[in-house]
Design a protein around this ligand. Structure first.
Ligand SMILES: Nc1ncnc2c1ncn2[C@@H]1O[C@H](COP(=O)(O)OP(=O)(O)O)[C@@H](O)[C@H]1O
Ligand SMILES: [Mg+2]
Length: 230
């Protein structure tokens, strides 16, 4: 049976995309198959193959099976702005049934894991009254929180976990991601978090990577530690 996890972050640019890639590579290293899925992609680059989003390309590159671009993403917007605003600008109504349809299709491939990458942080709006987290908690997907370590991240991490759990959604684990090279007091921040989150699995720490596009990501996150309770 496929285990589905939702990856959220303390903020945009916390390292969710890197986390999904590292989880997939970590799973593959353990002989398991894994796919990624992006429900909302905002911002494209003009490449030879078309107008494409970097997160979706990363998912395609790392996933165990060769996936077509459109199989990895439910909604894509050209502008790198909040998805509900991009949707409004383009006359699109974001329908979570579309998220489910794409996911059902990936489930037909029967991978061991599917890692869904969120957008922004946990309370990402889908409209004036709904949030992406409403869908996640309704579906009951366990949540992986990527903490991008920078000033302010401890508050964001604690608040995110609090909110996830208050919505009745299980925490599957968290990731400490060093997004700032040589950050002053990085270790103390990471240790504070380890102590505060001692009751949920730390899936691993990702150091600052000089060349994240070329380096081997398989050794940073341990998918065997993922909490399976949901
Ligand atoms: N550990 C890291 N080492 C080096 N660069 C990182 C690291 N984590 C994130 N980055 C860079 O920070 C940016 C945001 O990371 P990304 O994984 O795309 O975040 P998110 O998906 O949460 O928006 C990217 O340019 C990425 O290459
Ligand atoms: Mg991303």
């Amino acid at each position: 049976m496929t285990a589905i996890y939702f990856v959220t972050g303390t903020d945009t640019d916390a390292g969710k995309t890197l986390t999904v890639a590292s989880l997939i590579e970590g799973a593959k290293k353990r002989g398991r198959s894994a796919l990624g899925y992006k429900v909302l992609a905002s911002g494209v680059e003009f490449l030879r193959e078309g107008m494409l989003n970097r997160d979706v390309l990363s998912i395609m590159k790392h996933s165990s099976y060769p996936l077509k671009y459109a199989e990895c993403v439910a909604y894509q917007f050209d502008e790198a702005i909040a998805p509900h605003l991009a949707a409004r600008n383009t006359g699109v109504v974001i329908d979570t049934a579309e998220f489910d349809r794409g996911l059902d299709h990936l489930l037909e491939m029967e991978p061991d894991y599917i890692f869904i990458e969120g957008a922004g942080g946990w309370m990402l709006p889908l409209s004036d009254s709904t949030f992406l987290s409403d869908w996640v908690s309704a579906r009951g997907f366990p949540v992986i929180l990527t903490v991008g370590v920078r000033l302010g991240c401890l508050s964001h991490a604690v608040m995110t976990r609090m909110c996830v759990e208050q919505m009745g959604t299980p925490m599957a684990g968290y990731v400490i991601n060093q997004i700032i090279p040589g950050m002053n007091r990085f270790r103390e921040c990471a240790d504070w978090l380890r102590n505060r989150f001692a009751d949920i699995p730390l899936l691993g720490e990702i150091p600052f990577l000089e060349s994240r596009y070329t380096c081997d990501l398989s050794g940073y996150l341990n998918t065997d530690l993922l909490s399976s309770k949901s």
